[in-house]
Write a protein that binds this ligand. Sequence first.
Ligand SMILES: NC(=O)c1ccc[n+]([C@@H]2O[C@H](COP(=O)([O-])OP(=O)(O)OC[C@H]3O[C@@H](n4cnc5c(N)ncnc54)[C@H](OP(=O)(O)O)[C@@H]3O)[C@@H](O)[C@H]2O)c1
Length: 340
Amino acid sequence: MVAENRQVLLQRRPIGAPSPDDFTIIDGPIPQPAAGEVLLRGIYLSLDPYMRGRLSAARSYAKPVEIGAVIEGRAVGEVVRSEHPDFRPGEFAYGGYGWQAYSAVAGAQLVKLDPAVAPISTALGVLGMPGLTAYVGMSDIGRPKAGDTVVVSAASGAVGAVAGQLARAAGARVVGVAGGPEKCRYVESDLGFDACLDHRLPGLGKALDKACPNGIDVYWENVGGAVQQAVFPRLNDFARMVLCGMVAEYNDVQPQPGPNLMAAVRKRLRIQGFIVSDEWQRFAEYRAMAAPLLRAGRLKYREDIVDGLDNAAAAFIGLLQGRNFGKLLVRLGPDPTRGG
Ligand SMILES: NC(=O)c1ccc[n+]([C@@H]2O[C@H](COP(=O)([O-])OP(=O)(O)OC[C@H]3O[C@@H](n4cnc5c(N)ncnc54)[C@H](OP(=O)(O)O)[C@@H]3O)[C@@H](O)[C@H]2O)c1
């Protein structure tokens, strides 16, 4: 075991797009687990768009990270020492952790992982919070049915990939929107969407008209901005707009003007936001549904793994610009389940 615990702290609150100077790296002592705690060695750290909100002081559904504190984040790790009866050294677990090499975490807040069920990294993506997000939003708000046309933005990403596959399994025609030809090819050929449109090309509106000749019944909103502006006028009567996130707007200093909502009255739209943490109790239900699909190759996913905590800030900055391709993870240390 190395003697030090590397950590990434919030140096100052970003204004607009975060920059490397907003983060600072320090080496401190490895924490000792107190009674009821488990010392985890981090293997994979999850980087998620919601963390941009935590770096701001603005009021939100969760408390901001304090200046000088470790940036928060979920991780999968290996138990090194345990002061909790349910965990033993060598076992794997995930939970709230922080941008650091080691963390002492309350055992009650950790979920034990069995590498025989699925690769341990998937607990942060397709079988984790992003997957549950897609499941909750699609089942409760999107409710796609056979014959519907569903549009999913950030379609190659952690949430979008699952949202689109669930809609397709429900019999809908699914059109993804993604940044660049490589992501679009992946969404069509690997994820099996009916089409995928590149929002970086001019003329997204016309491309939507062509790909969705019967209009749009469900829009899964991951990005906001120009993609939302192109989709909104093409929603059908009684369409559902699932407001999952608007990552293209997270760095904005001034909020973007929204669409004119008179159309929502005229078309009887259902526009609903949601936060997955209100639905944690459905985690077991989601994993029980999704893990067998994953093993059977009927639920596809892609991970974008960046090596080393020192590269976490740059990877996070890139996530907010679409530089990731799949669920973004930082490898904090060796993964014994993948041969180190
Ligand atoms: N409501 C909830 O409880 C909940 C839970 C989890 C996640 N979310 C939200 O779900 C969305 C997707 O999250 P994720 O974890 O799955 O991330 P992700 O899709 O794996 O990665 C983010 C993607 O967003 C797109 N993007 C980033 N900046 C953009 C920009 N400026 N303009 C247009 N597109 C941009 C990029 O895809 P392209 O290059 O393809 O555009 C990028 O790859 C986010 O809005 C997130 O906040 C919400």
